[in-house]
Design a protein around this ligand. Structure first.
Ligand code: PRP
Ligand code: MN
Ligand code: MG
Length: 181
């Protein structure tokens, strides 16, 4: 824990703030999907923490499924061309789907994913994203359940990685420039 903290410039959102926000979002989702059987679709790998906490916070009969996607591009920038690395196990026909994401950066991944899931015959496809960077948006994504809007900085923790590290940091923090310099 100490080692990870040394690589951070600052803590942006604490673990407690994250959990309070997830509880808030869960109450809204419970109201909106009362009496329904919801399918949560987590986007690997970043969404694992949000998915685990949101799913346990929901007092609803849910199912969980997972997708892994990769966007081709110039390394750090996502291009909007998305390839499915692991597809869903579920048939989406007639299902109410809620995509669960850690962060919307350019918006390219989610805008492609929503279209893809809609084309499989889902009754509805909505999005829950813990974080959104409005200043990084290349495409506008309609997010029904949004946690926090954050500045266009490199953030890690709570599922978010830099080169696969820091996903297990409990808070969300801004990575110190010396780490990637
Ligand atoms: C990150 C993040 C989102 C996506 C957002 O995933 O978890 O899924 O990028 O970027 P966008 O809005 O610009 O498309 P990443 O591709 O790093 O994979 P990971 O979840 O396995 O870390
Ligand atoms: Mn991701
Ligand atoms: Mg990543």
């Amino acid at each position: 824990y100490q080692d990870i903290a040394a690589d951070l410039e600052s803590v942006l959102i604490t673990e407690d703030e994250i959990h309070a926000k997830i509880a808030e979002l869960a109450r809204r989702i419970e109201t909106d999907y009362a009496g329904e059987k919801l399918l949560l679709v987590g986007v690997l790998k970043g969404a694992v923490m949000v998915m685990a906490d949101l799913a346990r916070e929901l007092h609803l009969p849910i199912e969980m499924d997972w997708m892994a996607v990769s966007s081709y591009g110039s390394g750090t920038q996502s291009s909007g061309v998305v390839r499915i690395l692991k597809d869903l196990d579920s048939d989406l026909h007639g299902r109410k789907v809620l995509i669960v994401e850690d962060i919307i950066d350019s918006g390219l991944t989610l805008s492609w994913l929503r279209g893809n899931l809609e084309s499989r015959g889902a009754e509805s496809v909505e999005i829950c994203a813990l974080l959104r960077k409005p200043d990084a948006a290349k495409v506008i994504v309609d997010v029904k359940y949004e946690g926090f809007q954050i500045p266009n900085a490199f953030v890690v923790g709570y599922g978010l990685d830099y080169a696969e590290k820091y996903r297990n940091f409990r808070d969300i923090g801004v990575l110190a420039p010396h780490v990637y310099a």
